[in-house]
Design a protein around this ligand. Structure first.
Ligand code: SF4
Length: 122
């Protein structure tokens, strides 16, 4: 039997578990992060000691030249700041509550109420 629950009934741990499966299935989660959040995150990064601009001497990949990287986590920041699930390894920024409430919550609510809370049954 497929037991359906409401998003509001789930604990934080249950929600985090479901969200990790949900996003694993979605290829374009970057669209869920607002432009404002991306700019705020990049502003923090660009003032951080771990921020590094990628130059021709760092890579042969032309697509990466001019972008920036974090020497702490190794991520390409131009992509990292777009991803809704990303966090700074130094705890300087994290998920935006506003983005979650406006962009993720409605999708998750609809998804869970339609498919239930067990990823194995999706
Ligand atoms: S992700 Fe965090 S540690 Fe890395 S550059 Fe940005 S602010 Fe610095």
């Amino acid at each position: 039997m497929n037991v359906k629950m409401k998003l509001e009934d789930l604990s934080l741990e249950e929600l985090a578990y479901i969200v990790s499966f949900y996003f694993g299935d979605q290829s374009d989660t970057h669209r869920l992060t607002s432009t404002r959040t991306r700019v705020e995150r990049m502003d923090i990064c660009s003032g951080c000691e771990h921020y590094q601009k990628i130059t021709e001497s760092d890579t042969d990949d032309e697509e990466l030249i001019g972008k920036s990287t974090c020497t702490e986590c190794g991520c390409i920041l131009d992509y990292k700041v777009e991803e809704i699930m990303q966090i700074c390894p130094e705890d300087k920024w994290g998920p935006s509550k506003k983005d979650w409430l406006e962009n993720v919550y409605p999708l998750m609510k609809e998804f869970i109420e339609e498919k239930g809370t067990n990823p194995l049954e999706w």
